[in-house]
Write a protein that binds this ligand. Structure first.
Ligand code: SF4
Length: 373
């Protein structure tokens, strides 16, 4: 049993805001001091930042905004264009929900985002955190936006012994109590910035922290033990085979995955089922077409949220004019970067073909869950 800090004074939001005024991060989606935040940009960035780092999001955000500068432009875009702009960011259900949400904002609200948490929560893909973040940052509502950074800060300041995710309601109410009447949007961003830059998972810079005095975990020297977490269950390793077919006219066989489910609506070279007991030596039986299949050395590994995947890659060359099987298509190798290929499938293609022409190298990185924003 840990001893709580002897003199636990309440952290003062104004101390944090004073620190924020001096040290706030400049981010492409963030309004400058004194400017009003654009709800579309706030919402877009918050969806992109879920499970993804700021560094990974920046180029996607800027590209997305250029292609879809308004919620109306996004709502009116074809689904394929949205998925293509998202390709490489991972967690693809977010892109489908993003599109559905943009349509709902246009259809139900005339293109204006609602300003309150309850109304925002009714929109597709907007959960408790995003509703609170948009309400606070874009509309200055007194809402408590609690993401991974905020959980870390609050669990340390108040030394919350209960492990996550059970402690979520407690952390939320502790945060809500601190949200000031004035500047709730700045407060939300200030706690996020504190968690991202000072109160980091490892070696927090407590000496620079505006809440050093009231922080209970710091007083005991046990900062890095918080937040406590319940052990996560990860699924067993699944195996499968991926089939890369190169036609003599320099085109590659692709298909689109069904709209629902993992990587729904994304493009891929055909693959087998992914099963814990998949037998790679029998992979050729799952091949999409008859050809001289060559099993490539090594495997492609990718970690999804709930399970790791290991793919054996089979490669074949076929003659010009070979027809694509039902529901598949030939894509010129030079246009592969325009396809909505998820990170796992880019790895497969690189394994078989080498670099993808026109692909942005940094763009298909899948950061660890809970990475600092
Ligand atoms: S004092 Fe240290 S542990 Fe506590 S909130 Fe500040 S940075 Fe985090």
């Amino acid at each position: 049993m840990l001893t709580p800090a002897p003199s636990a004074t309440k952290p003062d939001p104004q101390d944090l805001l004073a620190w924020y005024d001096r040290h706030r991060r400049e981010l492409p989606w963030r309004a400058r001091a004194g400017e009003t935040a654009d709800p579309y940009r706030v919402w877009l960035s918050e969806i992109m930042l879920q499970q993804t780092t700021v560094a990974a999001v920046k180029p996607f955000y800027l590209n997305f905004l250029e292609r879809f500068p308004t919620v109306e432009a996004l709502a009116g875009a074809p689904a394929e264009a949205v998925m293509q702009a998202w390709a490489g960011l991972g967690y693809y259900s977010r892109a489908r929900n993003l599109h559905a949400c943009a349509k709902a904002v246009v259809d139900r609200h005339g293109g204006e985002f609602p300003s309150t948490e309850p109304e925002l929560l009714k929109l597709p893909g907007i959960g408790a955190y995003t509703a609170a973040a948009v309400a606070a940052i874009a509309f200055n509502e007194r809402a408590a936006a609690v993401d991974g950074n905020v959980e870390r800060v609050m669990s340390r300041v108040f030394m919350v012994e209960e492990p996550l995710p059970k402690s979520k309601p407690l952390i939320r109410s502790l945060t809500a109590e601190l949200v000031p009447e004035d500047r709730p949007g700045d407060f939300a961003q200030a706690v996020m910035d504190l968690g991202a830059t000072i109160c980091t998972p490892k070696r927090p810079a407590c000496a620079l922290c505006p809440w050093m005095r009231p922080c209970q975990a710091r007083a005991t020297g046990l900062q890095e033990m918080f937040p406590k977490k319940q052990k996560k269950e990860t699924g067993p390793l699944r195996r499968g085979a991926a089939f890369v077919v190169l036609r003599a006219d320099d085109t590659i066989l692709l298909r689109t995955r069904p709209p629902a489910g993992l990587l729904g609506g994304m493009a891929e070279p055909p693959t087998s089922d992914w099963l814990p007991d998949y037998e790679p030596s029998r992979a050729v039986l799952d091949a999409p077409i008859e050809a001289r299949w060559q099993r490539l050395p090594g495997t492609v590994r990718h970690v999804f949220t709930h399970f790791p995947l290991e793919l054996t890659v089979l490669f074949a060359k076929v003659a010009k004019g070979t027809p694509a099987p039902h529901d598949m298509r030939w894509t010129p190798r030079l246009h592969l970067h325009e396809e909505a290929l998820p990170g796992a499938m880019k790895k497969v293609l690189v394994h078989a073909l080498g670099d993808l022409p026109g692909a942005k190298k940094a763009s298909d990185k899948q950061p660890a869950k809970g990475a600092a924003k």
